[in-house]
Design a protein around this ligand. Structure first.
Ligand code: URA
Length: 440
């Protein structure tokens, strides 16, 4: 067996065996198979797809590339695994983990979460949280487990001993145009969930021009695939299908998104779509974790966690457990600002019929919030504030975007690109739906 034969077999559209998939993942994780061969393989998978059996094998191989945790603990004399998690397939302005994890932990759920960095034009929770000085997000297996068992809240990226294959594949896909392959997304997400050992998982499958699945049919297929992988491995999994045609909330870019999430948790005025998304997802998780019997009850618990400040305290606890400086959360002004901040005004009056999430995500990567090469470092300060939502009426001269850039040139280029992200209508247009359904 060798890597070239496996690449060729997939290139020619044949089905790979479990052994071939395990061989490739093992070889890549151990450094015997180089990046260029893994990139060719990922591209072959993107072009030719994988059967559900192959995807399940890939998920298993990636989960088993490091250690597999058991989160079982003894509660009232009974051995249980009560860990829950929420994971998004990736979107623009999607800072929901920063809000949902503290909400549900403050309501008594235990969360053990492994997240990723930015992927293509979508942002990543790890990059966002790294905006907080000191924050450690590369926990070892022992640190992860210890923090979970002691405090019931932990969040880390892939590490040398937890899902290392996903860590490598993820970084490679980010810069080789191989992100939107259904088998690669499903195995990336579910391998992390299987490795960590979470019992109840809510998947947030994004659909729209700013998502990796652009239509509802593909998003539903991906959701069903991941739910099936989870169930076949003994997990309790649901998948919500949510809109990603426009950015979620107002902020896109790492520090800007952390600030938006913190402001929401502190009860300050927030983008209604972001608030609703977080409340609904938290409520589903509370029901999955048996903290509430009905959605109404769950939503009241969530509102209370937000209004009482309990959820914000829970974020501060998570950040301080992982050595982040919480004074930044208490005083958002401490975060560094981009050197160039420019407001872009609406060129005309009308109703906003489109605010293209993909163009905004790509612009934010161009500004430096994401990576073009694996070795790129990102600029946490840069990004875009989108002041409006589809369906809003806007008057010429009103602020439409605020660009946060590292230089005048990059700000100018961003402004040019963003002008194609917005469409206007002379007549009122409907707001976009937030959710399209729940797969169980
Ligand atoms: N999130 C992941 O962890 N992996 C993907 O491929 C997409 C989103």
């Amino acid at each position: 067996m060798n890597a070239v034969d496996i690449i060729i077999k997939k290139r020619d559209g044949e089905e790979l065996t479990n052994d071939e998939i395990a061989f490739f993942i093992r070889g890549y994780t151990q450094g015997d198979i180089p990046d260029y061969q893994a990139a060719a393989w990922a591209m072959a998978i993107l072009c030719k797809g994988m059967t559900d059996v192959e995807t399940a094998a890939l998920t298993r191989a990636m989960a088993q590339s490091g250690e597999m945790l058991s989160l079982e603990e003894v509660v009232n004399g009974i051995k249980v695994n009560q860990a829950v998690d929420k994971h998004s397939t990736g979107g623009v302005g999607d800072k929901t983990t920063l809000i949902v994890q503290p909400i549900v932990t403050s309501c008594g759920l235990a969360v053990a979460k492994m997240s990723g960095r930015g992927l293509g034009y979508s942002g990543g929770t790890i990059d966002k949280l790294e905006s907080i000085p000191g924050m450690r997000l590369n926990l070892t297996k022992d640190e992860f487990l210890q923090q979970y068992l002691t405090y019931h809240t932990v969040l880390s990226g892939q590490s040398a001993d937890l899902a290392p294959a996903d860590g490598k594949m993820y970084a490679l896909r980010d810069v080789t145009g191989t992100v939107p392959a259904m088998p690669l997304i499903a195995s990336s997400i579910m391998s992390k969930k299987l490795a960590v050992g979470t019992h109840a998982i809510l998947l947030d499958v994004k659909v729209g021009c700013g998502a990796f699945m652009e239509n509802l049919e593909d998003a539903t297929k991906l959701a069903k695939l991941m739910v099936a992988i989870g169930k076949n491995n003994g997990r309790f999994v649901k998948a919500e299908l949510s809109d990603m045609n426009q950015p979620l909330g107002f902020a896109v870019g790492n520090i800007l998104e952390v600030k938006e999430a913190v402001a929401l948790l502190r009860g300050e005025p927030a983008a209604p779509d972001l608030r609703e998304h977080c409340i609904e997802s938290s409520a589903i998780l509370l029901m999955m974790g048996q903290k509430a019997d009905t959605k109404e009850q769950a939503r009241i618990m969530v509102e209370d966690a937000l209004n009482s400040g309990k959820a914000f305290e829970s974020l501060k606890q998570l950040v301080s457990l992982q050595k982040g400086d919480i004074s930044y959360l208490d005083n958002l002004e401490k975060f560094p600002k981009a050197p160039v901040i420019r407001v872009v005004s609406a060129p005309k009056t009308g109703w906003l019929s489109e605010i293209n999430a993909r163009i905004i995500g790509e612009t934010s990567v161009d500004l430096g919030a994401g990576r073009i090469k694996k070795t790129d470092s990102i600029d946490h300060r840069v990004g875009i504030i989108v002041h409006h939502k589809v369906g809003d009426r806007i008057t010429q001269g009103e602020p439409l975007f605020t660009i946060h850039a590292h230089s005048d040139d990059s700000c100018y280029n961003a402004e040019k690109k963003l002008s194609s992200a917005v469409q206007y209508s002379d007549t009122p247009c409907e707001r976009l739906p937030q959710f399209y359904g729940l797969i169980e």
